[in-house]
Write a new protein. Structure first.
Length: 366
């Protein structure tokens, strides 16, 4: 029987220091300033459940540790066993009876392993009589299979939503779903957090010429995300017209709607998988006369051969969040052009508000 801890090199149970109030250190060493929420009228904090407890699966223990540190609570201890027959088994170090538990586990590759671990971990917490279980899944695997776009195919995004609820989760928390309507697949309360505020803060702090900078969407599906960033930064928007072949294997870019000639371009998307769309868009924009090319995406899946494609592309900077873990090999391949923004403060603030029964929308002035 093989045994692994929920962190790569140490048990998940750790003693954490007081949370940093001025920000959190990003993975590249820079400090990320925490957005100050809008002022609220003083109101009663309702403690509907027991003490706050943070647990982590094995998909991204570093993110869970940062969230726990930000909240100033210890990270719950658990062992994840992988038997010789590849069955997964979870054992908690302490009881969570009556506690308000938040389980951090993105379902990034290896998606099936991380998804099964999420479900088994939720069942473990439920059978130990947790007061409430919130599945915090920063990246929602299978989210792209959200409709029947051809005959005789599944809608796996709905299937996964059903499994999470059946396993025993009471709430679901995620960041930037592939399509917003995926929230309707869940039968439990669901919060989808937008990462656009993080990107806005980052780019607003950069020195760039607003007269020669434009935000570009690599396809029609990303127009809304690109438009929101362009509006917040006060920049024009460009859209690449892309068409996919009938078999879905090839895409062709035909035209750029908007002016990019002689402009610096920020290309935005929700995730980078193989980086085919991203690098093709960068190449197409360069041919259309664009100068400096910057890419921004929430989920850096970076499946093979993404890192290699990006390293050989004209993209000068790649800005992503840490919703999923990026291996050192991929980091080294991409090099200094990679900049990672931490989502730990965002998730930490939302977790605190959910635990205290306060509004989440206030964080985004909604």
């Amino acid at each position: 029987m093989a045994k692994r801890q929920t962190a790569a090199s140490e048990p998940v149970s750790t003693v954490v220091t007081e949370p940093e109030t001025s920000g959190i250190i990003n993975e590249n060493g820079s400090r990320h300033a925490v957005r100050e929420p809008a002022l609220e009228p003083v109101s009663t904090v309702y403690k509907l459940y027991g003490d706050l407890a943070i647990y982590s699966g094995t998909a991204h223990p570093k993110l869970a540790q940062n969230i726990a540190r930000y909240l100033g609570v210890p990270l719950g201890g658990a062992d994840v066993f992988r038997f010789a027959n590849t069955n997964t088994f979870v054992r908690l170090h302490e009881s969570v009876r009556g506690k308000d538990v938040f389980l951090i586990q993105p379902t990034s590759p290896p998606t099936n392993d991380n998804l099964m671990e999420l479900l088994i971990f939720i069942d473990t917490l439920r059978r130990d009589s947790a007061g409430r279980i919130t599945a915090v899944v920063p990246y929602y695997g299978y989210g792209r299979t959200d409709k029947k776009d051809q005959p005789r195919v599944p809608i796996t995004a709905r299937l996964v939503a059903d499994m999470v609820a059946t396993a025993g989760a009471d709430r679901f928390l995620t960041i930037d779903l592939h399509a917003g309507q995926l929230q309707g697949f869940f039968s439990i309360p669901t919060d989808e957090l937008p990462a656009r505020h993080l990107f806005f803060d980052y780019f607003a702090a950069q020195r760039f010429d607003r007269e020669k900078t434009v935000v570009a969407s690599p396809d029609i599906g990303s127009v809304r995300r690109s438009r929101d960033l362009a509006e917040r930064l006060g920049l024009p928007l460009a859209i690449i017209e892309k068409r996919r072949s009938k078999d879905g294997d090839k895409t062709t870019m035909y035209n750029v709607i908007g002016n990019v000639k002689g402009m610096d371009v920020i290309i935005t998307d929700d995730e980078i998988d193989t980086a085919g769309t991203l690098t093709d868009a960068a190449r197409f924009l360069r041919q259309a006369g664009a100068e400096k090319l910057i890419a921004a995406a929430t989920h850096p899946i970076l499946s093979r051969p993404a890192a290699k494609r990006i390293s050989k592309s004209d993209i000068s900077q790649l800005v992503v969040t840490d919703t999923v873990s990026i291996s050192e090999k991929k980091r080294n391949r991409i090099g200094d052009r990679l900049h990672v923004i931490s989502v730990a403060p965002l998730l930490g603030d939302v977790i605190r508000r959910i635990h205290e029964g306060r509004s989440v929308g206030v964080l985004f002035n909604e």
